[in-house]
Design a protein around this ligand. Structure first.
Ligand code: NDP
Length: 248
């Protein structure tokens, strides 16, 4: 019988982008609960999530990082590896979702693609050689249900960016498996965070479980995708939508 404990990630080191608040903060807490040392990286200070993890007996540090800054992403990973000797888990969660239109503002198109797509790739590229050399890595990307059903409040660029993230998940999975690197994604539905606070409330009748999701609802599946129970899964995109996909 294989051991499956609460300390499934004990001794492992994780980098979570967009880790200061919302879904990223919940992911950091969930990974730390499972024993990982968590680096929460964000434009915003990560002091609050780091304090919560440390007060709960876990290990965490905050990193100031703009994921669109390619050299900074490389330096962040180098710094973690220099300090810890390893980076086991990368969760590319940082993202933006401004309200948009089908044919909206080109500046916004570029910005959303830069953060959501380029920012994701900047972090993967930064971690790749290290994970290949250790023959171990768990990469989890954060897509969105917008990748398969579009959206009405968000702009085309957001759906396009999350479609790209879904495609990247499968591409990295195909190329990473032989190196011991697994890559999966979550595709959340409507989750109550600051990102969605100003959006009009969804019709709960369209959500089979009849409630909006919480950041913790997403963090649990991400922790699963980082841990030993998903060791034969790669290229999977888990819908975390309360069943919206079934009602679409
Ligand atoms: P939040 O806006 O609450 O948190 C996102 C965090 O990412 C913020 O702290 C933000 O900082 C940070 N961030 C933004 N740009 C960068 C950057 N360039 N570099 C580093 N950090 C950055 O969003 P959520 O927690 O709701 O979303 C997290 C992820 O989940 C995103 O990828 C989002 O697209 C995805 N998602 C969310 C859904 C939802 O309903 N909430 C649904 C589906 C997917 P700052 O505030 O300074 O920009």
């Amino acid at each position: 019988m294989q051991k499956r404990s609460q300390d499934a990630l004990s001794g492992q080191v994780a980098l979570v982008t967009g880790g200061a608040r919302g879904i990223g903060a919940a992911i950091g807490l969930a990974l730390a609960e499972a024993g990982a040392t968590v680096y929460a990286a964000d434009l915003l200070p990560c002091d609050e999530v780091v304090s919560r993890i440390v007060e709960a007996g876990g290990s965490a540090q905050g990193l100031a990082l703009d994921v669109t800054d390619r050299p900074a992403c490389a330096a962040a990973v180098e710094g973690i590896v220099a300090a810890q000797g390893r980076l086991d888990i990368l969760v590319c969660n940082a993202g933006i979702c401004p309200p948009g239109a089908v044919a909206g503002d080109w500046g916004q198109w570029d910005r959303v693609i830069d953060v959501n797509v380029n920012g994701t790739q900047n972090c993967i590229a930064a971690a790749w050689d290290h994970m290949v050399s250790r023959r171990y890595g768990r990469i989890v990307l954060v897509s969105s249900m917008a990748y398969y059903q579009g959206g009405v409040i968000v702009g085309t660029e957001y759906s396009a960016s999350k479609g790209a993230v879904a495609a990247m998940t499968r591409h990295i999975a195909r190329n990473g498996g032989q190196h011991g690197i697994l890559c999966n994604a979550v595709a959340p539905g409507v989750i109550a965070t600051e990102m969605t606070a100003s959006f009009s409330k969804p019709d709960l009748a369209a959500i089979p479980v009849r409630r909006i999701g919480t950041a913790e609802d997403v963090a649990g599946p991400v922790r699963f995708l980082c841990g030993p129970d998903s060791s034969y899964m790669t290229g999977t995109i888990l819908n975390v939508t309360g069943g919206i996909v079934l009602a679409a």
